[in-house]
Design a protein around this ligand. Structure first.
Ligand code: NAP
Ligand code: MG
Length: 489
């Protein structure tokens, strides 16, 4: 038995996969992208463009326009006109046909979207191909189904659309976040101005092309690119009725301040620092896989990442030893290789931030363990990293790192782990691993987190609402709940 175990371990650590790169031949990127306003690509008033790169190679992929206040005004005005003259008046059945068409076109072009997502964002092709793009298309399908049934969704409440929605999204799930924003807004009869993050504009611009091809009436969806200033101009525009923001807690707070005293509706999906809790009766191998899935895939660029691990003390040794073994088998590298587990960090700025936190963890006295894997010399990459013997007061336990860094603590009792898991400014998500259903129900009612996964992690479905407590924001996206922030009653 012992011998067999050794053979298995050697087999895994010595195994080398042949390169399996996804082809990029069919990808057509323009040299320069303009702003998508009123159904057309138009030159920015700013006359400025900025480069967008591939974080795995540091090569420039394209230039995209920087929208200034004048451009924001044109986009919002176009959305307002489309709302008043077309979209608000359109029979709900017709609206839903357009949303279905967007979903179908996205499915048809799924491979192209997946490759561009990985090229521009750094995430592994496996992730963009199997998660991001299908989930984005499913989101449009799901909300297309609601568009003509709002009276059934909210009986006797007479739901009304709001008007123009300004939607601002981050770089970790570029197309998926665009879908989370646009699909419910359209289904509820609103029109949209969306801004992707500065580092990942390309799939949003491809989506603009798709929307143009879908025949959606001009101005119903406008997509503009730029930096934080562009986002701020959108939030502050007087013709905007609704602000939907996903991003950092700091920017979320700024947005809330700047709309105070207006009657703009707002939803904020902000940061997280999820607890992944492993009890001694958990299926250990599955739990280890769940830990890896929770924090290392997608480079830890996940707001709901299981970045704090709590292991019951009597199984801590075995869980940590298996986790270390599993870490050594993770492949870090070319996002376009189908065998890659961990792709590139999204930007140099983010890599510096992660490295700073790794240094903080070491300085705070936690014990660091990093995979010994090779990483490419060019591009932005980070080895999967564990911190053992951390405590609640450590900054690496309290603050969102947004990288492949896991802070591990042990616990003895349920009361202790609930107290520790909740003792944090965030409350977006959590995970529980145990054989006992009663423990799961006990914990889910006491953990202050919007989503709690049991014996799994990072599972998404358009029918399931997602959103946070405390500094993780408010409002829900997905499901029936996701319609409400776009309606008045
Ligand atoms: P970020 O810096 O807050 O940026 C998010 C978006 O806001 C970007 O499009 C950004 O533009 C824009 N922005 C920046 N300053 C702004 C301002 N003053 N007014 C209006 N818009 C402004 O966040 P990030 O670094 O891109 O993303 C990572 C964060 O997002 C993490 O904290 C993560 O937890 C959170 N996140 C949360 C969820 C969720 O559902 N709760 C999902 C994904 C990510 P630029 O890119 O040009 O700066
Ligand atoms: Mg930013």
């Amino acid at each position: 038995m012992k011998k067999e175990e050794n053979i298995t371990n050697e087999f895994f650590t010595d195994w080398k996969y042949a390169p399996a790169p996804e082809s990029t031949d069919h990808i057509k990127l323009k040299k320069q992208y303009d702003l998508f306003i009123n159904g057309k690509f138009v030159k920015p008033n700013s006359k400025k463009y900025f480069a967008t790169i591939n974080p795995a190679t540091e090569e420039k992929l394209a230039e995209v326009a920087e929208a200034n206040e004048k451009d924001v005004d044109l986009a919002v005005t176009s959305a307002k006109n489309a709302y008043d003259k077309v979209w608000k008046k359109m029979p709900v059945k017709e609206r839903s046909k357009y949303i279905f068409r967007i979903a179908r076109l996205m499915q048809e072009r799924a491979r192209e979207f997946a490759v561009i997502e990985s090229m521009n964002g750094g995430k592994s092709i496996r992730e963009s191909r199997d998660a991001d793009i299908p989930l984005a298309a499913n989101h449009f399908f799901y909300y297309a189904g609601w568009a003509d049934k709002l009276d059934y969704a909210f009986p006797n409440k007479k739901p009304q659309s709001l008007g123009v929605a300004a939607q601002i999204i981050p770089w970790n799930f570029p197309l998926l976040m665009a879908a989370w924003k646009i699909a419910p807004a359209l289904a509820t009869g609103n029109t949209v101005v969306l801004k992707p993050a500065e580092t990942t504009p390309l799939t949003a611009l491809k989506l603009a092309e798709l929307i143009r091809d879908s025949g959606l009436p001009d101005g119903v969806v406008n997509i503009i690119t730029g930096f934080g200033k562009t986002g701020a101009a959108m939030v502050n525009h007087p013709k905007v009725n609704k602000v939907a923001f996903t991003g950092s807690t700091d920017v979320g707070k700024l947005i809330q301040k700047s709309i105070a005293g207006t009657n703009k509706k707002v939803t904020l999906e902000l940061g997280g620092k999820a607890a992944n809790i492993i009890f001694d009766d958990a299926p250990i191998d599955q739990a280890v896989e769940g830990i890896v899935n929770g924090i290392f895939f997608n480079q830890g660029h996940v707001c709901c990442a299981g970045s704090r691990l709590f292991v019951q003390e009597n199984v801590a040794d075995i869980v940590i030893s298996k986790l270390k073994q599993r870490l050594e088998t993770l492949i870090v590298g070319d996002p376009l290789d189908k065998n890659t587990d961990i792709g590139a960090i999204n930007s140099k700025e983010q890599l510096n931030k992660i490295n700073e936190y790794i240094k903080i963890g070491v300085d705070e006295g936690a014990e660091m363990y990093q995979s010994k894997c090779a990483i490419p010399s060019k591009g932005f990459f980070c080895r999967p990293t564990l911190f053992l013997h951390t405590s609640q007061s450590h900054r690496i336990v309290q603050e969102e790192i947004f990288g492949p860094v896991l802070a591990i603590q042990t616990f003895r009792t349920i009361e202790e782990v609930i107290e520790k898991a909740n003792n944090i400014p965030y409350g977006l998500s959590a995970g529980v691993w145990t054989d006992k259903g009663s423990k799961i129900f006990n914990l889910t009612s006491k953990l202050r987190a919007g989503v709690v996964w049991a014996n799994t992690y990072n599972k998404f479905d358009p029918a399931s609402p997602f959103g946070g407590y405390k500094e993780s924001g408010f409002g829900r996206e997905g499901g029936l709940h996701g319609l409400m922030p776009y309606l008045s009653f």
